[in-house]
Design a protein around this ligand. Structure first.
Ligand SMILES: NC(=O)c1ccc[n+]([C@@H]2O[C@H](COP(=O)([O-])OP(=O)(O)OC[C@H]3O[C@@H](n4cnc5c(N)ncnc54)[C@H](OP(=O)(O)O)[C@@H]3O)[C@@H](O)[C@H]2O)c1
Length: 345
């Protein structure tokens, strides 16, 4: 099989295509022939050697694939009695904890879901990270109620568009930030207000857009001073869900950017939150693998929504598997509207 390795910290050029032994499934696992790989922002951070949750380099990145089950291992003793596991020939979505940039993967059965027939392999590779993160942020950590008001940053990205679609299932009023060339696309989706994701003091803009009411929820993947602005956007009982530090990942050197991020990150005193009736909730999907049953419940809901035609991944661009470096360039240059995918031929 083939894999794409991050050989050392650096730019897209450090990605290297290598041959490896075909893997074999053990008990409770399945071998999946990969058709598409989902590319995530975290892969770029890992490639730069700045991702705390990644194993040491060199490593094969990749959190999610879609494909066809080629082989299954012996059924594991702890498999739920009677529950059908993945079978040879099934079209599936699989979550990989690293190792997804590969033409074959071996995955525990609990991390595999049937790919709804409505979706292509490319769309299947855009489900797990984006929709789970968005669902957890909106409805579990964020407690978004029916008809609530939510601000989604970088709303034209993978997680952003998933959040917009899921928020619509709750008839939420959505406000969005994004690079200006993506505004037209987002307006056509019916967002109630939009502004540049680089606007530093955006709380005033949100106040004007919401006629001073503020929002019930801010989804913040930016970190640093954005969190201070996010707090100013909140209506009473409002919450921030902090799930990234993208403001630290610019094209310049990483260390000064990280120090700047730390220096501008506000501390929220519990008394201040109490008196303002506000909350802040962190979210890191990479640290939720121990909660796989809970994640499966949410994935089941996501699959229902897909089958009902209420949500559907948006694919920004599909790159050949061998051109992962171009896919990384495209994502880090902020050009994507939707998910970036690698296709295996
Ligand atoms: N905590 C978690 O569990 C979790 C899970 C998934 C993703 N995330 C985070 O969510 C964010 C979105 O992830 P994604 O995979 O869906 O990526 P994405 O949103 O599809 O792509 C990245 C987008 O983020 C914006 N951006 C802001 N700062 C950027 C920078 N310094 N470099 C490049 N792009 C930047 C750009 O949109 P605009 O130019 O339109 O602003 C860009 O198009 C990332 O911060 C990621 O780390 C967190």
């Amino acid at each position: 099989m083939k894999q794409i390795w991050i050989t050392r910290p650096g730019g897209p050029e450090v990605l290297e295509l290598r041959e490896a032994e075909d893997p074999r499934p053990g008990a409770g696992e399945a071998l999946v022939t990969v058709h598409a790989v989902g590319v995530n922002f975290a892969d770029i951070v890992a490639r730069r050697g700045q991702y705390r949750d990644a194993p040491p380099l060199p490593l094969v990145p990749g959190y999610e694939v879609s494909g066809v089950v080629a082989q299954t291992g012996p059924r594991s003793a702890d498999a739920t009695a009677g529950a059908p596991g993945p079978a040879v020939g099934d079209r599936v979505v699989a979550a990989t904890r690293f190792g997804g940039y590969a033409t074959q993967v071996v995955v525990p059965a609990a991390q595999i879901w049937p790919l709804p027939e409505e979706l292509s392999f490319g769309e299947g590779a855009a489900l797990f990270v984006n929709y789970l993160t968005a669902y957890l942020a909106l409805f579990i950590a964020g407690g978004l109620r029916q008809g609530g008001r939510v601000l989604v940053h970088s709303a034209a990205g993978g997680v952003g568009l998933a959040a917009l679609q899921l928020a619509r299932t709750a008839e939420a009023e959505v406000y969005a930030s994004a690079s200006p060339d993506k505004h037209r696309y987002l307006k056509e989706l019916g967002v109630s207000g939009i502004f540049d994701s680089r606007a530093p003091r955006y709380a005033k803009i949100v106040s004007a857009l919401t006629a001073g009411r503020g929002v019930d929820l801010v989804l913040d993947p930016r970190g640093g001073s954005s969190l201070r602005q996010a707090k100013r956007c909140l209506a009473p009982l409002g919450r921030i869900v902090a799930y990234g530090i993208s403001s630290a990942w610019g094209p310049g050197p990483a260390l000064p950017a990280l120090l700047r991020l730390l220096a501008t990150t506000p501390f929220f005193h519990p008394f201040a939150l109490m008196n303002a009736n506000q909350g802040i909730h962190g979210l890191n999907l990479a640290r939720l693998w121990g909660e796989i049953e809970r994640l499966r419940e949410i994935m089941a809901r996501i699959m229902e929504l897909v089958k009902a035609g209420r949500i559907r991944p948006v694919i920004a661009q599909v790159f050949p598997f061998e051109e992962a470096a171009s896919a990384h360039r495209y994502l880090q240059e902020r050009r994507n509207i939707g998910k970036v995918v690698l296709a295996v031929r």
